[in-house]
Design a protein. Structure first.
Ligand code: SF4
Ligand code: SF4
Length: 118
């Protein structure tokens, strides 16, 4: 499967929620729910661990990603991810990078590759 990069630079195809959904893997759902509950200090249940990936219009998205302001912003601008935005890197995405530095690298690499093409 091709790599799916979320609006924010997370890699959906490497995300446990995506993999558990693709493989209908209840064990991975349980493990992921435990890990994410600790990580996000929230009560996340195995039945919450469903996601078809950020770029899919239809199907179930993990709760946070379905409400994600960055995803909404990219949808409004009709762009695949923030690297394609003239306002990159705005305050919203920069704050997100504070939590997920690897997403910054993913989007910067895309941005740089666009500059080379141009
Ligand atoms: S959109 Fe879904 S698959 Fe992508 S990072 Fe968020 S939870 Fe994971
Ligand atoms: S304004 Fe910010 S959050 Fe919105 S698409 Fe552009 S870089 Fe992403």
């Amino acid at each position: 499967m091709n790599k799916i990069i979320a609006s924010c630079g997370l890699i959906c195809t490497e995300c446990s929620a995506f993999i558990a959904t693709q493989n209908n893997d209840d064990e991975l759902r349980k493990k992921t729910a435990e890990e994410w509950s600790k990580m996000f200090n929230a009560d996340i249940k195995p039945e919450d661990i469903y996601c078809v990936g950020c770029l899919a219009d239809e199907g179930t998205h993990f709760s946070h990603c379905s409400e994600c302001e960055i995803r909404k912003c990219c949808l409004e601008k009709e762009i695949t991810n923030c690297a394609f935005c003239d306002e990159f890197a705005c305050k919203k995405i920069t704050e997100f990078f504070g939590f997920v530095p690897e997403a910054k690298k993913v989007l910067e690499d895309i941005k740089n590759s666009l500059n080379i093409i141009i």
